[in-house]
Design a protein around this ligand. Sequence first.
Ligand code: HSE
Length: 305
Amino acid sequence: MPTRVRVTVPATTANLGPGFDCLGLALGLYNTVELIAMPAGEPVQVEASGEGEMVLPLDDTNMVLQAARHLYKHVVAQECSFKLIANNAIPLSSGMGSSASATVAGLVAANALLSGPLDRENLLRLATELEGHPDNAAPALYGGLTVATQSGTDIHCRSHALPDSKVVIALPQIDISTHAARSALPAQVAMQDAVYNLGRVPFVIEALIAGDYETLRWAMTDRLHQPYRRELVTGFDTVTAAAKEAGAVAVVLSGAGPSMAAFTAKRHNEVAHAMQAAFEGHGIPARTFVLPIDRRGAHISMVSG
Ligand code: HSE
């Protein structure tokens, strides 16, 4: 049985406009964790560097460890202690899937320490139990574009490889808790808004697979979550307009925000610069990322012991 594994997990952007809680895309920005099995009863050890290094918990409440323990309980019904060394490039609370990345990293690493008893479908089911929804965990595990949905306790996921392309992400310095972003949503939506979104989802999937940006221009739009969340992201409308002026065909909230994702076939750096300048015009510092699409998903880069 291995005693030490290293796992690399990509960032993700969920929803992609109309695909609320079901579409997701893996992005080429990575967290890497090393998980070392230790005898039950030993105190956990956590070292974290990179994004969030000053705020990430260094005890049992760390999400990577919680996921690893969840898997151990599920598979071998036993406790285990771990040493965790995490190096994170995915910003926390950003809408770029850092929480799903931590969960997936813990599950994939613990599964590898047990010599891989669970397949990806079952890892996604456990990730969804911990995350509450599969739309970030699915691309973090599978890579590429994913469609994931729940039926009872089953999670159904399809993943698609996309042509080489890049996504622009603008991350403003705005705090939005997941709770606030979910609380902003209504309990019920109008029939015509549901129809608006569900008619667009297949077009978004096809257009991303085909690299058809002109279809994204009208299809990557949403009436189920963005109208309620845009108030939480100061500058949402001006940033959208600035990105489009610079060449973006579609601009959406990335997951629950606060980051925004822009899609364009070219002029990625110009779009990134325009989005940053528009946030700064509202007095909000912003970071931007021009990220390739990740095709691999979570993968084990080292096993030893
Ligand atoms: N689909 C989720 C949401 C993604 O929009 O709330 C963020 O967790």
